[in-house]
Design a protein around this ligand. Structure first.
Ligand SMILES: Nc1nc2c(c(=O)[nH]1)N[C@H]1C(S)=C(S)[C@@H](COP(=O)(O)OP(=O)(O)OC[C@H]3O[C@@H](n4cnc5c(=O)[nH]c(N)nc54)[C@H](O)[C@@H]3O)O[C@H]1N2
Ligand SMILES: Nc1nc2c(c(=O)[nH]1)N[C@H]1C(S)=C(S)[C@@H](COP(=O)(O)OP(=O)(O)OC[C@H]3O[C@@H](n4cnc5c(=O)[nH]c(N)nc54)[C@H](O)[C@@H]3O)O[C@H]1N2
Ligand code: SF4
Ligand SMILES: [Mo]
Length: 707
């Protein structure tokens, strides 16, 4: 008898875009994955990665049972024994060496996972260690920093109101490859096209002519790491020409005069030679931005993962504010999610402690990941001796990953909660594999809060967890229970310690801003395509969470970064023969380091190449496709060239997330497409001094012929 065919609707949780997918299923077999045209948010858009939902689910290399590393190799374990062992080792380490001796690193997929967002904090509370790290500080920490300093809450992050803007200034983001980031906007291509169709303009500033730059009305090349000068010069023109206006926020803003004084040093004529952009062009851009009926400046990865990340995000916000574009339709706005994570009680904190070795600052309970390796390697009180990684691949994703690869075997104990045995988890003593993707209930707790339109959507698991499998959140609970002490007990009678993520979500939805209007888990279950909750609304002054209720246009910490910024005005000495500057890039079909084990997603021309300008290639006598060695102050890798006018002279670009095929890993498809890891070249000492965020872009490198 033929099995029943049906269509399952859910949100793809692979990137931030929250696309609705329609999955056609027959029995236990997936027949197709398509965009869901009835999803009010994404309206049918998907990208090739959506197929990854199926490929990861069906991947024979995906782990399904706990593994323990022994002298004879990896051996399967029963869950009870594995959880007991992990808890015992972590507890023993802390009893012997103190709480700091257990470190944690949490990767990107946690933010795309309901169970992790709602339940992981309770496990971390039982560990109570100052040594927690995550992908945040290799990514968007500067956005959180600017949000906390200026608006009083680390998650009060403005998102560009793309659907209503008339002028979209994009710096260091490539949404046509990334599908948008800190700008959840399923179908960003359609939304960008609509700006142009209604007579608006898109300007892209990027050292590479990206997929997005090609479609823009204007693209400006900029040397990596100098955007802060451009932003200051744009503000300079605005003040000099009397174009500034805080609009409705005037009464709630402090620092306008201070900002005017700060930017006075950064006229377009002065910064122009450092940017290679004519002064007239800079002034014209400032005037166009101010004159547009609505405009928004948006800076992403290329602006935050560089040496001036914090200053850049501060100044993007400032530019939006002084042109009257903050918190108004068509400008930079704030989402109002049904499950609201932005509360006065949890505004976020910074600088409460510093990293032991280098003194980098804490931010909302975490230290910058750029100092993880040295905290493992440097002996003394507080050294990390046991490590817990969850959904992270820091060997490929964090600066100086090559060094971390060498340091992990020095740990007394390592446990990884991950679905694969990969470049990082191969060093673990125990791997605990949770269910994933299609086996889990899903709701985007984080990304609804960063979306360009308010909506709510719940996805039930498509397939039930197989017998004997645990969800991530069940693993956290089991570990927390076992780690509980008299000092930090895990209270088994506390309803929050018993509730499922779905129950916690339901409580939050009912208490949330649309609870009274009937939004609850039951309602969302009855609405499988999701519920539209309308365009973004202004939320200030109520949404300003600073102590004095004012927006701080010039936070003290940011002003203190100015001497470093002024140094950028002077020509720096070339660094030891490293005559090129390295930046990263993303490809539509990759997802950081972990979708390369899907045959459908890795097929096609080699992606892990070093892009360089024809002039730079000619000067070095290099040909297209030739294998070269790229060297930095910390490492060297080999990979083929890709000669193209799409990168500016003096700049080379390498994608991150490659470097597979290492010993002891069973990722059959990824191993056949190894590539090399850009993070063997990035230097963990290069951080944004203001926030501690890793500066993985703008790395000085040189190129030699390979072999
Ligand atoms: N040079 C350079 N470096 C970069 C970047 C760059 O642009 N350039 N980008 C940075 C950015 S933005 C980010 S976010 C980081 C990402 O850094 P990481 O998060 O450390 O790296 P990922 O490659 O996303 O690794 C995700 C891990 O999660 C596992 N995983 C997937 N799904 C699940 C699940 O459901 N549960 C569990 N437990 N595990 C799961 C995968 O197997 C993989 O091991 O990389 C950063 N590194
Ligand atoms: N297909 C795909 N989609 C993804 C991911 C993926 O790996 N693959 N990763 C997801 C994640 S974790 C994130 S955080 C987002 C990131 O989303 P985006 O921020 O859009 O990511 P990128 O494509 O890395 O874009 C960064 C751009 O900055 C440019 N750049 C580098 N240095 C500088 C600089 O100094 N100044 C300026 N102005 N530009 C610079 C680069 O050339 C690049 O075009 O993407 C998400 N979506
Ligand atoms: S754009 Fe992102 S959310 Fe949409 S289908 Fe692709 S990976 Fe999934
Ligand atoms: Mo990211």
């Amino acid at each position: 008898m033929a099995e029943e065919k049906y269509t399952h609707y859910r949100t793809c949780n692979l990137c931030e875009a929250m696309c609705g997918v329609a999955i056609e299923v027959e029995g236990e077999k997936i027949l197709s994955i398509k965009g869901d045209p009835d999803d009010p948010f994404s309206q049918g858009h998907i990208c090739p990665k959506a197929l990854g939902l199926q490929d990861v689910y069906e991947d024979p290399d995906r782990l399904k049972q706990p593994l323990r590393r022994t002298l004879k190799g990896w051996e399967p374990m029963e869950w009870e024994a594995a959880l007991d062992l992990v808890a015992t080792k972590l507890r023993e380490t802390q009893e012997r060496y103190g709480r700091s001796a257990v470190g944690g690193y949490f990767g990107n997929p946690n933010v795309h996972n309901l169970g992790s967002l709602l339940v992981l904090p309770s496990l971390l509370r039982t560990l109570r260690t100052p040594n927690l790290f995550s992908a945040t500080s290799v990514d968007q920490l500067p956005h959180h920093f600017a949000a906390l300093e200026m608006f009083g809450h680390y998650f009060r992050i403005p998102v560009p109101d793309v659907d209503r803007t008339d002028f979209f200034l994009i710096l260091g983001a490539n949404p046509l490859a990334s599908n948008g980031s800190l700008m959840t906007a399923g179908g960003i291509g359609r939304r960008l096209k609509a700006i142009q169709e209604r007579g608006g303009k898109i300007v892209v500033v990027d050292p590479r002519r990206t997929e997005t730059a090609v479609k823009a009305d204007r693209h400006l090349f900029i040397p990596p790491g100098r955007d802060v000068l451009l932003l200051l010069a744009l503000l300079h023109t605005i003040f000099e020409e009397g174009l500034e206006t805080a609009g409705e926020l005037e009464d709630f803003t402090v620092g306008m005069e201070e900002l005017r004084a700060i930017v006075s040093d950064f006229g377009a004529e002065r910064v122009s030679p450092r940017l290679g952009i004519p002064a007239q062009e800079i002034r014209g851009l400032a005037r166009d931005f101010s004159a547009a009926p609505t405009a928004v400046c948006y800076g992403r990865m290329g602006l935050s993962t560089q040496a001036f990340g914090g200053a850049c995000q501060w100044l993007c916000n400032a530019l939006n504010l002084v042109t009257g574009n903050l918190d108004r339709p068509g400008g930079a706005m704030f989402a109002k999610p049904a499950f609201d994570i932005v509360s006065r009680e949890r505004r976020g904190r910074s600088g409460r402690w510093k990293s032991r070795v280098r003194g980098l600052p804490e931010f909302t309970g975490e230290l910058p990941t750029a100092c993880l390796t040295e905290e493992i390697r440097t002996p003394g009180k507080g050294q990390i001796r046991a490590l817990l990684t969850i959904a992270g691949n820091p060997v490929l994703s964090t600066p100086g990953g090559g060094d971390l690869d060498q340091a992990l075997p020095d740990l007394d104990f390592m446990v990884s909660i991950d679905i694969y045995l990969n470049e990082t988890t191969r060093h673990a003593d125990v791997i605990l594999p949770p269910t994933t993707g299609l086996e889990s209930d899903h709701y985007d707790v984080a990304f609804h809060a960063l979306a360009v339109r308010n909506s709510a959507k719940y996805s039930s698991a498509l397939f039930p967890a197989e017998e004997g499998r645990l969800h991530d959140w069940q693993i956290y609970r089991e570990l927390a229970r076992r780690l509980s002490t008299d000092e930090i007990p895990f209270d088994e009678t506390n309803p929050m310690n018993l509730a499922t993520p779905a129950q916690i979500l339901d409580g939050g939805l009912r208490q949330g801003p649309y609870g009274k209007k009937g939004i609850s888990l039951d309602l969302l279950k009855e609405t499988p395509h999701g519920v539209d909750l309308g365009p973004l609304d202004p939320c200030f002054p109520e949404g300003i969470f600073t102590d004095d209720g004012k927006i701080h246009l010039v936070p003290t910490a940011c002003a203190a970064d100015l001497p470093r910024i002024r140094d950028l005005l002077e020509e720096a000495a070339p660094s030891n023969g490293f005559d090129l500057t390295l930046i990263g890039r993303r490809h539509l079909a990759s997802n950081n380091s972990w979708l390369h084990n899907s045959a459908r997603l890795v097929k096609g021309p080699k992606r892990c190449t070093v892009m360089m300008h024809p002039q730079d290639a000619e000067n070095r006598g290099l040909e297209n496709g030739q294998r070269v060695r790229v060297e930095s102050s910390v490492g060297r890798i080999e990979l083929p060239t890709e000669i193209t006018e799409n990168v500016m002279p003096g700049v080379v670009s390498i994608p991150h997330g490659w470097g597979h095929g290492r010993d002891g890993i069973q990722l059959r498809i990824a191993s056949a497409h190894p590539g090399a890891s850009i993070n063997d070249l990035t230097d963990p000492r290069r951080v944004d001094a203001l926030t501690g965020n890793a500066a993985v872009n703008g790395v000085p490198v040189r190129i030699a012929v390979g072999g």
